[in-house]
Design a protein around this ligand. Structure first.
Ligand code: GDP
Ligand code: MG
Length: 177
């Protein structure tokens, strides 16, 4: 089950941020354990999950931190951001407000994190296309303006989740190698 007693070449800390209920914990559950729950209570306890992937023949361990319910503005502590080389800024494509708040999450992130942190904007719940309140073009434009990578995902349908993490890990790998 993925244990090759392999040597780990890199450990990359990635933080998940964004409003409550956008699907951060389910994205992490999908990526790290291939699990999903429709009834996910506010995350308690677990600080991070890990998953090792092979990038450029190197074993890269992603250590992904989840906010555990500290999603109020300014409630996420600087310890959360410390040492992070990547960040996923998550909103819900069916909830305009969660996208409107991205600018302040980005401001907070830039205030706390390392200057060359790799940031990816994630529009989650792409399966809820019939209830969409944020167009793909709007998000793309915002991402381009701010220099962020961008992808729409569905933790429920497992769409683009692995690809999103692989993309951010590959970009981080390129900046450090
Ligand atoms: P968090 O507060 O950002 O960690 O959000 P959660 O991961 O706890 O998810 C909040 C709610 O949205 C839960 O009911 C999830 O089942 C649901 N959810 C998460 N991801 C998706 C998704 O991709 N599609 C749909 N339809 N629901 C999702
Ligand atoms: Mg959560």
């Amino acid at each position: 089950h993925g244990d090759f007693s392999q040597k780990i070449d890199y450990v990359f800390k990635i933080v998940l941020i964004g409003d409550s209920a956008v699907g951060k914990s389910q994205l992490l559950a999908r990526f790290s354990r291939n699990e999903f729950s429709l009834d996910s209570k506010a995350t308690i306890g677990v600080e991070f999950q890990t998953k090792t992937m092979v990038i450029d023949h190197k074993n890269v361990k992603a250590q992904i931190w989840d906010t555990a319910g500290q999603e109020r503005y300014r409630a996420v502590t600087s310890a959360y951001y410390r040492g992070a080389v990547g960040a996923m800024l998550v909103y819900d494509i069916s909830k305009r407000q969660s996208f409107d708040h991205i600018a302040r999450w980005l401001e907070e992130l830039r205030g706390h994190a390392d200057n060359n942190i790799v940031i990816m904007l994630i529009g989650n719940k792409s399966d809820l296309d019939s209830q969409r309140e944020v167009s793909t073009d709007d998000a793309k434009e915002f991402a381009e303006r701010e220099g962020l990578f961008f992808m729409e995902t569905s933790a429920l349908e497992a769409t683009n989740v692995e690809l999103a993490f692989l993309t951010i890990l590959t970009e981080i790998y390129r900046t450090v190698s």
